[in-house]
Every structure is written in structure tokens, then in C-alpha cells.
Design a protein around this ligand. Structure first.
Ligand SMILES: NC(=O)c1ccc[n+]([C@@H]2O[C@H](COP(=O)([O-])OP(=O)(O)OC[C@H]3O[C@@H](n4cnc5c(N)ncnc54)[C@H](O)[C@@H]3O)[C@@H](O)[C@H]2O)c1
Length: 470
């Protein structure tokens, strides 16, 4: 008790209780020493370009949870807790009771796709969820129909579809998307919006002069510059409307100076790219362990077999190159070969994705890892992860939706542009220009939780712990 009082005195928080969730839990919003946090009032509109396996597994999952048919397993916002104060304080509220997040009942959805299937049909085709569950969700899922997409076959060579917008210039297409956004806001009655890219992986491109500023980008939109990919047009439209944008694919999309400028200007947060789900999740758990124990690494061979539409799209070398870049980046940043040349200066790192239809969404990811220990003696580790891609991705989508909405309501976060504290969810986290990203999953988790503590004026947790031995 004495300890609790001491830590409460130290905290500079001035917190008012504003919201009460349907479950009756008190959710605190208001102002702290670190800014204001508006309450989550009204509906939150989730707009999803790409209504495929991930998007439908997410939306169907939210509806199943709302109906009490399933549990939000894998979601930090729904099941996670956050320790506050000292280990002896016994304060570990649920994350959703600590910060004012939108409730699942407040979520409303729309999407865009090149195919005309509604969410029920798209989920049935994706084949991720059991048809008995889908039948129970059919009345709801059938109401979510796709808006016409902004699409360019040159960017996703393996697919084509009829539900596509027409426009003379890319600026016309952006305007049409902005109309869609305003229309959804009006018709759904949402008070706030989020855009979550769950579309296919686009061909690899590098930034050019056109991507360097809002002025050059808008000129390029009007001139139909071929290096403006469809995902960038969605991002531009969202950020112009002041809507936060997250990118589930490894596309360049918001990883560009123009988007950072727009994000800051319009207080529309952005974060990393490419959901960290299966193999890379494991990589960012294992590699930090090797580094922590100073075990060397000579090679890491990762291969996957995957049979869903994502696997088909990634069979195209252009799309695969985009994914490969995203997957390869993590080891270099975690292992820091510049600091540890004898251990990590000569690593052979290979990533393969093979399209293999019989597996559908149930990917198999193999890793063969060659490490070496004391006196250089070699050892091997084999990982065989039989995962379900979209089952791993859906809770990430949910958390990102809720946290980006929180960022937009926090005075300390909404004008920053990049939300580095959300690195936890991405294979390629975004950071301020010139800063290397943190890939270690547990550093990312600490960064996320400390950000929440900071927002609420709680003490940050350093794990020093000397005070227990005073
Ligand atoms: N599932 C995972 O574990 C995981 C992890 C990381 C990244 N991702 C990425 O998430 C994305 C979605 O994955 P998925 O398994 O749902 O793929 P999917 O192929 O099932 O769905 C993608 C959908 O996007 C649509 N689409 C493509 N271009 C579009 C455009 N310009 N506008 C609107 N719709 C468009 C396609 O028609 C398709 O329906 C992919 O880029 C994938 O690489 C998935």
C-alpha cells in the first residue's frame, strides 16, 4: 500500500473518467501531463482497400466476437494487460480499460476490391473460416459490398477484375476515392475513420522525385506518372481527408516523403508496412536471442509454401521482390553486423515463397538456421511453422485500427506523422528519416506499452528493479 501511494504521488497525471464501455469497465480519457486524449465517442469507420482473405477474416472475426461466438485471441487491445507501477503494486488493467479505445460494437466497415463479391462471398472464396461460422455471419457480411477499386494490372500482374474505377488522370481517381470516403462517413454515421490496406502486394518500385513532396506528387498525379501505384492513390486520398492509414502489404505506399508531409499536415497518423505474422514473427524472436547470447550466425534459409491468392500474386517476380525486401531487412537491423563483425559479418540470408495451391491459406514456413557457438563450433536449428496466415493477421488488423484511432485522438501523437510505437505489428516498421527501425519483438512491445503509459502520465517501466532491494 505504501508503495502504491508513493508511485501515485510521483505520477503527474490528471485523469478524468469520461467513458464507460458496454461491459461496464471504466475507460479513462481526459488530460495528463502528456497531452489530451479525446474519448472514443460514436462509430469508428474502417475502410479496407482489398477485401480478400485477411480483410474478410478480420471483419468476420469482429462480428463473431460481437455475437459471442468466438474470442479475440491474438489481439493485444482485447486480451492484453499492461503492468502499472511496481511489481508489488498489483496493478495490471486490460489495455482496453487503460486507454480509451473504440469498442468492437462501434466498428462499421466498407471496402474496395476489383472483384464484385461481398464480404460473405469473398470470405467463402478465401476458405479460411469454417462455413458453419460463416453461415451464422452471412446476414451481416453480405451487407459489406466492395466499392469500385483504383487498380492497375501492371502493378499486380497475376490478377484482374471488373470492379474498377475509370478516370482520365490519377488525380481524377484520387478525387473519386475522396468522394467514397466522404460518402461512407455520411452514410455510416461514423464520427472517425481509418484506412487499412489489405490489398495485394504491388510490384517493386523505388521512390523518385515525384514522391518527394506534396507539390511534386500532385503534379505527377495529374500527369499520370507511371510510378504512382494504386496503393499510393488510396493513401493520398485518405491522408487528404485527415484519415490515418496503415499498410498491411510491403508496398512503398506511405513510406515516402510526400505521405509524411501530408500525414503531419493533416494530423492523420501513418505507421509501418507488411504485417508481421508468421515466419518474420519467429525471426524477430529468435534473432534477438542469438544476439543476447552472443551466438554467431552463418546462414538463415527461409522458405514457404502458400496456396491462397496472396501466394499466387507473390508468384510474380515483381511482387515477390517487394515482399523479399521487406522480409530480408529484419536480420541486419537486429544483429547489427557493424558492431559484431565476427558474429554477424558474413550471413547468408535467403527467403523463398512458393505458390502451392493445395495448402490454401494454411502456409508452411520452414527455417534452417546455421549458428555457431564457443570456439566457433557449428549448430543448427530447424523451425517448421504450420500457420494460418489470415488467422495470424486478423488480430493485427484489429489492434492497428483501434490504436491508430487512439493516436488520432491524442494530442501528443496525432501531429507526429509516423507512429513508431506501432512497429510491433510490422515487418518493415517506419521511423523518422535517418533512424534505424527496432525489429526485436520485445523491444517493440516495450515501446508500445511505454507509449501508452506515457500518454496516461504513468511511470515508464525500465525493468531496473533495484528499488526492491533497498
Ligand atoms: N496474411 C498474412 O499473414 C499477411 C502478412 C503480411 C502481409 N500480408 C499482405 O496482406 C495483403 C492481403 O493478403 P490476403 O491474403 O488477404 O490477400 P488476398 O489476395 O486474399 O486479398 C487481396 C485483395 O486485394 C484486392 N486488390 C488488389 N489490388 C487492389 C486495389 N488496387 N484496390 C482494391 N483491391 C485490390 C484483390 O482483388 C484481393 O481481393 C497482401 O498484400 C499480403 O501480402 C498478409
Amino acid at each position: 500500500m505504501a508503495t502504491r501511494q508513493k508511485s501515485a504521488q510521483k505520477s503527474t497525471a490528471r485523469v478524468e473518467v469520461k467513458n464507460e464501455t458496454k461491459s461496464g469497465a471504466k475507460v479513462r480519457s481526459g488530460s495528463t501531463a502528456n497531452g489530451t486524449m479525446e474519448p472514443a465517442k460514436g462509430k469508428l469507420g474502417v475502410m479496407i482497400p482489398g477485401m480478400g482473405a485477411v480483410a474478410t477474416t478480420f471483419v468476420a472475426g469482429v462480428e463473431a466476437i460481437r455475437k459471442g461466438l468466438a474470442k479475440p485471441i491474438g489481439s493485444l487491445t482485447q486480451m492484453g494487460t499492461i503492468r502499472l507501477g511496481k511489481r508489488t503494486d498489483g496493478r495490471s488493467p486490460k489495455v482496453k480499460e487503460f486507454v480509451p479505445l473504440a469498442g468492437l460494437d462501434d466498428l462499421v466497415f466498407t471496402g474496395w476490391d476489383i472483384f464484385e463479391d461481398n464480404m460473405y462471398e469473398a470470405a467463402s472464396n478465401a476458405g479460411v473460416l469454417d462455413y458453419r461460422l460463416l453461415e451464422q455471419l452471412k446476414p451481416f457480411l453480405s451487407t459489406v459490398t466492395p466499392r469500385a477499386a483504383v487498380f492497375d494490372h501492371n502493378y499486380v500482374k497475376k490478377i484482374d477484375g471488373p470492379n474498377v474505377k475509370k478516370g482520365k488522370t490519377k488525380m481524377d481517381l484520387a478525387e473519386q476515392l475522396r468522394d467514397d470516403i466522404r460518402d461512407f462517413k455520411k452514410t455510416s454515421g461514423a464520427s472517425r475513420l481509418i484506412t487499412m490496406w489489405c490489398g495485394s502486394t504491388e510490384s517493386y518500385i523505388e521512390p523518385t522525385a515525384a514522391h518527394q513532396s506534396v507539390k511534386s506528387f500532385e503534379k505527377a498525379l495529374r500527369e499520370n506518372d507511371e510510378l504512382i501505384a494504386p496503393s499510393m492513390i488510396y493513401a493520398y486520398a485518405s491522408l487528404m481527408e485527415g484519415v490515418p492509414f496503415a499498410n498491411g502489404a510491403p508496398n512503398l505506399t506511405v513510406d515516402l516523403p510526400v505521405m509524411l508531409e501530408l500525414s503531419r499536415q493533416n494530423e492523420a497518423p501513418i505507421c509501418g508496412k507488411d504485417f508481421k505474422t508468421g515466419q518474420t514473427l519467429m525471426k524477430t524472436v529468435l534473432a534477438p536471442a542469438f544476439k543476447a547470447r552472443l551466438l554467431g550466425l552463418s546462414g538463415w534459409y527461409s522458405t514457404n509454401i502458400l496456396g491462397n491468392r496472396d501466394g499466387e500474386v507473390l508468384d510474380d517476380p515483381g511482387s515477390f521482390k517487394t515482399k523479399e525486401e521487406s522480409k530480408l531487412g529484419v536480420l541486419e537491423h537486429i544483429l547489427q553486423p557493424g558492431l559484431y563483425p565476427e558474429l554477424y559479418g558474413n550471413i547468408f540470408h535467403k527467403v523463398r515463397i512458393n505458390y502451392y495451391p493445395p495448402r490454401g491459406d494454411n502456409k508452411e514456413g520452414w527455417d534452417n538456421i546455421d549458428i555457431f557457438g564457443w570456439l566457433g563450433y557449428p549448430m543448427q536449428i530447424k523451425v517448421d511453422f504450420l500457420c494460418r496466415d489470415s488467422i495470424l493477421a486478423a488480430p493485427i488488423v484489429l489492434d492497428l485500427v483501434l490504436f491508430l484511432d487512439l493516436a488520432k485522438r491524442c494530442s501528443a501523437l496525432r501531429g507526429l506523422g509516423i507512429q513508431e510505437w506501432l512497429s510491433f505489428y510490422f515487418k518493415s516498421p517506419m521511423t523518422a528519416p535517418g533512424l534505424y527501425p527496432e525489429h526485436d519483438l520485445f523491444i517493440q512491445l516495450m515501446k508500445l506499452k511505454n507509449t501508452l503509459r506515457h500518454l496516461k502520465g504513468e511511470e515508464l517501466i525500465t525493468h531496473l528493479g533495484l528499488e526492491y532491494y533497498d
